[in-house]
Design a protein around this ligand. Structure first.
Ligand SMILES: [Zn+2]
Length: 342
């Protein structure tokens, strides 16, 4: 387990959009504990014969030290480094996808940049009431699960990636301990709101589904993400736990491919944007190879966003509260504004 404690930095950067950026200190990775997330697709993997990595570690709230720090000015160039790293990632993606190969993401440069920027702090935009301009961005939203789960099996990851075995095509999700609502319904509700909100900011948005009664496997959903020049693929889920007090926002990314560290870096920025916009605890970003739907989009920046726990009565109610849902959408929009466009 590795922890990174970083100082808070505050910058105004991004010559393109003049986005006001703050860099919050954070603990970069999850903390080991018994796995409690029961909803995201990783937790529903069938035994198969896979060599996929162990179950994802449960995430715990970041310590209080991550919420304190002093303002420091960070050079625009450092934010530009992160932007350049993502751009390089995506340019490579387009090339390898067209070639039909799963190999060869030359991320040495990206990794070097991330190593540098990690020491300078992760950048998070300030929620100052100013919605960002997302003109030119392309986002694919995948509201997790569907009305009927599909237990048929499909490959955990593309061939040649070192992850064998299969997993069910679409798992059932969790449900609200207070609202009694199924997760797929809440995921879609937030997804549709997010779609409308992002479009109102100029973003081009594509949904993997707009109704609950669909039959889309994780690979089907990945194929949709691959069919566009996707700047970010966001998979909306709600979490569940046997512990009714478990709460907070979790981000999950694939550790496949040479840009896994970059995926984690982006996940941390997203999580901190959401913590800022909702007031919820960000539990960290967890990278692994058991998230089959993300394995299949390892070459696209993206994540599973666990928006909160439906097994926590208070958070369950919040997740169905339109005002809270809007705060989630605002945090995601602020995160997207930190990404370079295609
Ligand atoms: Zn889920």
């Amino acid at each position: 387990m590795k922890k990174h404690k970083q100082d808070i930095h505050r910058i105004t950067a991004n010559t393109r959009r003049m986005i006001k950026i703050i860099a919050l200190g954070l603990l970069l990775t999850g903390i080991t504990a018994a796995g409690i997330c029961i909803c995201h697709d990783a937790m529903y993997g069938q035994a198969g014969s896979g060599s996929a990595s162990s179950e994802p570690a449960a995430l715990q709230p970041a310590s209080a030290e991550s919420a304190a720090g002093e303002g420091v000015t960070v050079a625009d160039a450092e934010f530009q480094d992160l932007t350049d790293a993502v751009s390089s990632f995506k340019e490579t993606t387009a090339r390898t996808s067209a070639a039909g190969t799963t190999a060869g993401l030359p991320s040495d440069t990206a990794q070097a940049v991330i190593s540098e920027t990690a020491s300078a702090g992760t950048r998070v935009p300030v929620m100052n009431g100013d919605a960002p301009d997302l003109t030119g961005y392309i986002v694919v939203i995948d509201p997790g699960h569907q009305l009927y789960s599909n237990n048929e099996q499909e490959a955990m990851a593309p061939a040649g990636m070192g992850v064998e075995g299969t997993k069910e095509k679409c798992s059932s999700g969790t449900s609200g301990v207070s609202t009694k609502r199924p997760e797929y319904e809440v995921n879609l509700e937030v997804g549709l709101m997010l779609c409308s909100y992002l479009e109102s900011l100029g973003c081009e948005v594509h949904m993997t589904r707009t109704t609950d009664d669909v039959d889309l496997s994780n690979i089907d959903r990945a194929d949709i993400a691959h069919s566009y020049a996707t700047d970010y693929y966001i998979r909306l889920h709600c979490d569940g736990s046997d512990n009714a007090s478990a709460r907070g926002i979790g981000v999950f990314v694939t550790s496949l491919g040479d840009n896994a560290s970059l995926q984690t870096e982006l996940g941390d920025i997203l999580g901190n944007c959401l913590a800022e916009s909702t007031g919820a605890v960000f539990r960290g970003t967890n990278a692994g190879t058991t998230y089959s739907g993300l394995n299949w989009t390892y070459d696209i920046p993206g994540c599973i966003l666990e928006m909160g726990f439906m097994t926590n009565p208070e958070e369950d109610e919040l997740l169905s509260d339109p005002a809270y849902q809007q705060q989630i959408c605002a945090g995601i929009a602020d995160f997207l504004a930190t990404l370079p466009q295609s």
